[in-house]
Design a protein around this ligand. Structure first.
Ligand SMILES: Cc1cc2nc3c(=O)[nH]c(=O)nc-3n(C[C@H](O)[C@H](O)[C@H](O)COP(=O)(O)OP(=O)(O)OC[C@H]3O[C@@H](n4cnc5c(N)ncnc54)[C@H](O)[C@@H]3O)c2cc1C
Length: 402
């Protein structure tokens, strides 16, 4: 049987997971990216991304994450059997609050949802925080939860590893192929995408083209301009002073989100001597070419937070800071769907600040779309161009991100 040829454009986590799932399903896959892989400006590129199932009262994403956790465990096992290091780490996650968690709050709703699903989170108290997680200042956080099931993935390394796996399964992977336009024809009066042309002069023909192009998607599909919003969020990497190292291990300083609906601050245990801390919130609207420098006031805000809440890090040496860009849909649900106006084109993006953790199942959802198999996920992540008008209130954001 002749294999269908699929061109996946964009080798971030959506593209890597897609290439892997499609090659497993016996498609003939080519994966290309505009630059080196992982691309330094890709949203997926960083030392870590949080993997957690706390979504307030939203059990739908919690269930999707339950499946994704099984996938992470499978990958870790497979990698260890091959003598490779695991890249998902079940360090647990701490949600800290300065006020007692109140009904309707993200933290209490998440705590209740975890219990409903028998995940057994621990409720935090100042004494538990002091005993178990001593890097946190005393007297600051009063309440919260600890869920040992969560953790983090070493994100750039994951992208690289998945691409190695895809190559072994026969996927052709080509960096430095910036797509400038889609190739189209008309079949029986209907438009059909037949491939993509790069600014380097190369072109790729394919039966199916899948755009996993993150914040750059609107460039290739300008008609989606109203559907995605690009927002910037600061990320900081600090060198952990040697003398404090014991306080920031995975066991004593798990992934955290500190009063996250107000401060937006979250962070990670030490990885190779580096502590990553970031903030999310509404962010600032940007374009893919906007500068990536973090502002002085963003630096000051973070230093003030550290001084107050994690004093051992207050003077830690900053080794990197940058703005990372979210590709937000208006409802923060992903966008994994066929273009209803053009056969042969699928768009898989809209990570909305929380996509990485689902890496083990993103590709399977894309595969369902390509194969025409409907599921509750393909419905949720459908092509929905009217979203912006329907949603109306731009400020109405749930607290899905990270
Ligand atoms: C600061 C920050 C923190 C985050 N934290 C978390 C977290 O803790 N947990 C979590 O689950 N998620 C998190 N996210 C969200 C997550 O990182 C994203 O949802 C996910 O990485 C998006 O992946 P992607 O593949 O869609 O995009 P990208 O990783 O941006 O990949 C897109 C790729 O497409 C390529 N490309 C674009 N245009 C073209 C073209 N024309 N031709 C060829 N190639 C092209 C690019 O070069 C790039 O490599 C965070 C995001 C940010 C910004």
């Amino acid at each position: 049987m002749i294999k269908k040829r699929v061109l996946v454009v964009g080798a971030g986590i959506f593209g890597a997971s897609t290439a892997l799932a499609l090659s497993d399903a016996n498609y003939d896959v080519v994966l290309i990216d505009a630059g080196p892989i992982p691309h330094p400006l890709a949203t997926s590129t960083d030392i870590s991304k949080a993997c957690r199932m706390e979504y307030g009262s939203d059990l739908v994403y919690m269930e999707l994450m339950e499946e994704a956790f099984l996938g992470w465990d499978r990958w870790n096992k497979e990698w260890q059997e091959q003598g490779l290091a695991p890249l998902f780490h079940k360090a647990g996650i701490l949600f800290l609050t300065t006020e007692p968690m109140s009904p309707g709050s993200f933290e209490l709703d998440s705590f209740t949802a975890l219990r409903t699903k028998n995940w057994n989170p621990q409720r935090l108290s100042p004494s538990l925080l002091k005993e178990s997680f001593p890097a946190w200042s005393e007297g600051g956080f009063q309440d919260g939860l600890f869920n040992p099931q969560a953790g983090f993935a070493e994100s750039s390394k994951v992208v690289r590893r998945l691409i190695e796996m895809a190559k072994r399964k026969g996927v052709e992977v080509l960096p430095n192929c910036p797509v400038k336009e889609l190739m189209e024809t008309e079949v029986a009066g209907k438009k059909k995408v037949t491939g993509a042309r790069c600014s380097t002069g190369q072109s790729f023909e394919a039966d199916e083209v899948i755009l996993c192009t993150g914040v750059w998607t609107k460039r290739l599909c300008p008609e989606l301009d109203q559907c995605f919003k690009i927002s910037s969020h600061p990320v900081f990497h600090f060198k952990l002073p040697e003398r404090h190292r014991e306080f920031f291990s995975r066991e004593r300083f798990p992934v955290f989100a500190a009063d996250v609906t107000q401060t937006g601050v979250y962070g990670f245990p030490v990885i190779d001597g580096i502590i990553k801390i970031a903030t999310h919130g509404l962010g600032q609207l940007v374009t893919p070419d906007s500068p990536r420098e973090v502002s002085q006031s963003q630096h000051r805000t973070l230093r003030n937070f550290l001084k107050k809440s994690v004093p051992m890090l207050k003077d830690a040496e900053l080794v990197e800071s940058r703005l990372c860009f979210y590709c937000d849909t208006q409802d923060e649900d992903f966008w994994i769907a066929r273009d209803p106006a053009r056969a042969g084109l699928t768009v898989a993006t809209g990570g909305s600040g929380h996509g990485f953790k689902f890496a083990p199942i993103l590709g399977d959802i894309v595969l369902n779309v390509i194969d025409g198999q409907q599921s509750s996920w393909t419905k949720k992540f459908s092509w929905r161009p009217k979203l912006r008008q329907e949603m109306g209130n731009e400020e109405a954001r749930a607290h899905n991100q990270e």
